[in-house]
Design a protein around this ligand. Structure first.
Ligand SMILES: NC(=O)c1ccc[n+]([C@@H]2O[C@H](COP(=O)([O-])OP(=O)(O)OC[C@H]3O[C@@H](n4cnc5c(N)ncnc54)[C@H](OP(=O)(O)O)[C@@H]3O)[C@@H](O)[C@H]2O)c1
Length: 247
């Protein structure tokens, strides 16, 4: 049976993914930063858990090892850790920039490095999370766009390094998704309407939309897919904003 590690399992996308995998009968180790939240989810889903913090480099490898200890192997990993900083460069402090890089790019790098060390013998699938902001210029996204563009470069390079070992690396790039980190945006009517108009499909994303793509990339159905970045964004990165309905 497959064994999965979900990093950032206390987040909206990570938790949705974890529930999906558990409902499907998979072995799942849940990793998160917030011990209380993590404890509640792991108790409810009856899954083992481990703490992960992007400021603690070794915590990622510890989570991989805990997955192997629990299930004998790790066949798929999703890094759903991340944050959002909406500020133009001129008012972003060094601290905010470094925090953004740590949560988004370093967490992805630490995931890739641990996978390279602990999954290279049997292969498997690793899914990272980028953002539509990595590919289209959106105001006030300088730090997060830089971090997520790094995630995309990391994905394709890791895919090349480890393809011969059957270890696949792909990324998903969500548009604005109704999760905890974006609550202030989708709860505000004006900002929600403006954001919705930018997504051609006429709605914001749900954590389940993003988790569904990650789930698919973790599965063996995508065993011939590596080094790809999949927009899960209602058209945001590739289609002009909300069109009128054609009659
Ligand atoms: N929502 C969107 O519109 C959107 C758009 C593009 C990309 N994304 C990406 O999608 C992924 C999932 O985010 P989400 O939408 O599910 O948001 P979320 O609900 O806020 O989840 C974010 C997760 O990241 C964890 N985290 C943040 N900083 C961390 C750190 N330094 N160390 C360890 N864990 C940390 C949070 O842990 P705590 O529970 O401890 O806070 C939480 O589990 C992220 O990579 C995000 O950047 C989201």
């Amino acid at each position: 049976m497959s064994a999965f590690l979900v990093l950032g399992a206390t987040g909206s996308v990570g938790e949705n993914l974890a529930r999906r995998l558990v409902n499907d009968g998979c072995n799942v180790l849940l990793a998160g930063r917030d011990a209380d939240r993590l404890g509640k989810i792991s108790k409810e889903l009856c899954c083992p858990s481990a703490l992960v913090n992007a400021s603690e480099p070794t915590s990622f490898e510890r989570c991989f090892k805990a997955t192997v200890e629990s299930f004998g192997e790790v066949t798929g990993v999703a890094n759903c850790v991340g944050s959002l900083l909406l500020k133009p460069a001129h008012s972003t402090t060094d601290g905010e920039f470094h925090e953004t890089i740590t949560a988004n790019l370093f967490s992805a790098f630490a995931t890739v490095r641990a996978a390279g060390r602990l999954m290279k013998r049997n292969g498997g699938s690793v899914v990272l999370v980028s953002s539509a902001a990595a590919r289209i210029g959106m105001p006030n996204h300088e730090a997060i766009a830089a971090a997520k563009a790094g995630v995309e470069g990391l994905t394709v390079s890791a895919a090349a390094s480890y393809a011969a070992r059957g270890l696949r690396f792909n990324a998903v790039a969500p548009g604005l998704t109704r999760s905890r980190m974006t609550q202030h945006l989708w709860e505000n009517k004006t900002s929600a309407e403006a954001s919705t108009r930018m997504h051609a499909l006429g709605r914001l994303g749900e954590p389940a939309d993003v988790a569904a793509m990650i789930y698919w990339l973790l599965s063996t159905e995508t065993s011939w897919v590596t080094g790809q970045i999949f927009g899960v964004d209602g058209g945001l990165s590739s289609v002009l904003g909300r069109p009128k309905v054609a009659r």
